[in-house]
Every structure is written in structure tokens, then in C-alpha cells.
Write a protein that binds this ligand. Structure first.
Ligand SMILES: Cc1ncc(COP(=O)(O)O)c(C=O)c1O
Length: 382
């Protein structure tokens, strides 16, 4: 899936004279509509990017129009309280007492590990399949990061963990590559952070037992722009102790209240999330996530039964990993990736390439997806 430049000559340099907002808007609207990967189509099942619900898209636009300053609660009364309200809805479901929004789980993981370091952690311990943002955060914070091997299902093998008494242990609830959930029960670590960027929202569904133990964590990261179906940039970092926010707060002379977390100015991402959850209710959210889980299970079953294909493992959190059957010389993973295009993604697991399909699109139609896979397999090699 090579990348060809989509930038027309018109955009090659900063123009001396402007062409007006209306004309410019139409130009950009057309480019965005024509040259973006559709995420809500019947066969879209590639990455952890959901289609945006209308209510969230509209409220992101309205937020931009009013451009509230969250650093000054008195200047952003509703936006500030909406975030507090969202935290009051969500944090207790994970056994947490406070938290804040940030632009993604890379920032959420960094904020949590910063807090862990302030609490005395001297190193980070995670798995070889943890997201790269964990090692990045450790690097920024000047802490060594040790990666522990995973078992055959991609879960951290905690029997190989070193002494954790001065470590921040980062467990993943839904690894990026194959959606595996590490054993989440509390360990004797100085700090336990759960990177639930992907699978956190399962807590509101019939699959919540998969996250058993999450409530014992010291901190949790959740990307709302994944399984809460929000547009980017939307994530939460939650903490089990009120004092955690104090550890990562800085007061500035011009600020009425201290600035909490890594980011300074940021958008009011709590509003579209709160509104989406209000519009759907817990049941509406659960129905969508449960449909994604069921879609992944049906797809995996079809793949598993098909002698032309190999399924890596049963999808634990709606991530299906597969490739042509062992020894098939007629078609390769790369051929299939080329034929299936943006409807699939790929992942390297233990040095081997696999096709990956993440079910986060609630408009997906597994019959249509299966037909596409079937056709792609049937055609002669490119
Ligand atoms: C498990 C996990 N953690 C962290 C991240 C980083 O999140 P973001 O891209 O929102 O910074 C991702 C992104 O895919 C992820 O899958």
C-alpha cells in the first residue's frame, strides 16, 4: 500500500494573495471527501479507527467555533464541567476516582508513567507487544524500559517479570497488534498502569469479565477515539488516587487553577464523548461494541474453517489475524494485502507478516467482507 502524493500544484507554496474562504473551503472539502479512507463502509475493517457518529462530528465543529479555554475554568464553564461530569460517569466503572482528557493514549500513557515516576517508580516493565508509546514515555521520563516476552496468545508472561518493587508495570488490555489482554490482576509493582487504549470500553458490555482486575490498577489509559467511537483527538487517563493529579500539576502565575497533565491548551473533547454516551446510553454503546465482537467472531470462524486460510488465534477483543494456509505457494500475504486494500491492515508477529482486521466499524457487513476475501483468494496471483 504505497503512498502517492495527493497535494495538487495549488498547494505547493504559500500564496501571496488569498482566494477567499468559500472557494478554499470547497477545495478542501472536495479533497477530504475524495481522498480519505472511508471508515464506515460495509467492508471497512482495517485499523482501530471507528467511523465518527454524527453527533460527535457536529459537536467537534461547534467546539471549534467556541474555542473554549480549559486552562481557565471560569472562561469555559460548561466545557470544564462537562469533563468533570464525564469523569464522574466513567472513572468509577474502572474503580478510579479522577482523571482528565488528553489527545490520545500516547499522552495518557506518558501522564500515567510521569505520575508513577513521581510516586517513586524507577523503571518501566512491560511486554514485547506493548504499544510503542510505553517505551517512548519511559524514554522521555528517563526510565529504563524492560520488555517481557509474551506467551503464544500474545499475553505478557509474568513469570518472567523481574523484581517490581521499584517499577511501574504496564499491562495492556487489548494489544495493538492482536488485541490480547495481559493478566490484569494486581502484581507487587510499585505502580500498575493498564494501557486499555483499545479494550477499555468493554467494561460497559457483556464482555466486562475480560477486564477483571482492571479496577486494582493505579492508572488506566483509554482511547475514546477507538472503541468509544470518537473522532481524534480523544482519550482519557484515569487514576485510583486523588493525589495523583497533584503529582502531575503545574501552577503558572497567570493560571487560576494548576495545569494538570502533559498538555496545556487542548480542545473540549469531553463534550462530544459525553453527548455520544448520552445519546446512546450504556446499552446503545454496548450494542455497538458487542456487534463488533460478534462480527470478529464470525469472521474468525469462517477463516478457521476455510482450508485456504490460517487463523492465528481466536480474537479476544475483535482483532482477527489470519493469512493464507501454511505451504500455499499460490498466494502470499502481500498479494492479499494488495487485493484487499484499505479494508485490512497488517501486523508482524514474531517476525512473520499477518493480515489484521479490527472490528470497530458498526456498519460492517461480514457477508460483504467475506465475499471480498473469497474473491481475493480466488483470483490468480498478481
Ligand atoms: C494499546 C495502545 N496503546 C496506546 C496507543 C497509542 O494511542 P494514540 O495513538 O491515541 O496516541 C495505541 C494506539 O494504537 C494502542 O493500540
Amino acid at each position: 500500500m504505497g503512498h502517492k502524493s495527493t497535494i495538487p500544484t495549488l498547494l505547493k507554496s504559500f500564496p501571496e494573495q488569498g482566494q477567499g474562504e468559500d472557494l478554499t473551503f470547497s477545495f478542501f472539502e472536495q479533497k477530504i471527501r475524495e481522498l480519505s479512507t472511508p471508515l464506515g463502509g460495509k467492508t471497512a475493517l482495517a485499523h482501530m479507527d471507528p467511523p465518527t457518529p454524527d453527533i460527535a462530528a457536529k459537536l467537534v465543529g461547534l467546539n471549534a467555533e467556541f474555542n473554549q479555554n480549559l486552562l481557565h475554568p471560569s472562561l469555559s464553564p460548561f466545557a470544564t464541567e462537562a469533563e468533570a461530569c464525564l469523569m464522574a460517569w466513567l472513572a468509577p466503572a474502572f474503580g478510579m476516582v479522577c482523571g482528565h482528557m488528553c489527545s490520545g493514549s500516547s499522552i495518557a500513557n506518558l501522564a500515567a508513567l510521569w505520575c508513577a515516576r513521581e510516586a517513586g517508580a524507577r523503571s518501566v516493565v512491560t511486554s514485547t507487544e506493548a504499544h510503542l508509546s510505553v517505551a517512548k514515555a519511559a524514554h522521555i521520563l528517563g526510565m529504563p524500559c524492560k520488555k517481557i516476552e509474551v506467551n503464544a496468545l500474545g499475553k505478557m508472561d509474568l513469570s518472567q517479570a523481574p523484581d517490581l518493587s521499584k517499577a511501574a508495570l504496564v499491562l495492556t488490555a487489548g494489544t495493538t497488534g492482536r488485541g490480547a489482554i495481559d493478566p490484569l490482576q494486581k502484581r507487587q509493582a510499585l505502580w500498575t498502569h493498564i494501557d486499555a487504549a483499545w479494550a477499555g470500553p468493554l467494561q460497559f458490555t457483556k464482555y466486562r469479565d475480560l477486564l477483571a482486575g482492571i479496577e486494582q490498577a493505579d492508572s488506566i489509559a483509554i482511547s475514546a477515539h477507538k472503541w468509544f467511537y470518537q473522532p481524534k483527538d480523544s482519550a482519557l487517563v484515569l487514576f485510583a488516587d486523588e493525589d495523583s493529579h497533584k503529582r502531575i500539576s503545574f501552577g503558572g502565575s497567570y493560571l487560576a487553577t494548576p495545569n494538570i497533565g502533559v498538555q496545556g491548551s487542548r480542545g473540549a473533547a469531553a463534550i462530544p464523548l459525553l453527548a455520544t454516551l448520552m445519546a446512546w446510553g450504556r446499552e446503545g454503546l454496548a450494542q455497538k461494541i458487542e456487534k463488533n465482537m460478534a462480527d470478529a467472531e464470525v469472521l474468525a470462524e469462517r477463516i478457521d474453517k476455510d482450508p485456504r486460510l490460517t487463523l492465528l488465534q481466536n480474537p479476544e477483543t475483535a482483532v482477527t489475524i489470519w493469512r493464507p494456509a501454511e505451504g500455499d505457494q499460490t498466494i502470499s500475504v502481500d498479494d492479499l494485502l494488495a487485493r484487499l486494500g484499505d479494508d485490512v491492515s497488517s501486523v508482524d508477529i514474531k517476525g512473520e507478516r499477518w493480515i489484521r482486521q479490527v472490528a470497530v466499524n458498526y456498519h460492517a457487513d461480514i457477508e460483504a467482507i467475506w465475499q471480498k476475501i473469497d474473491q481475493a483468494l480466488g483470483r490468480k496471483a498478481l
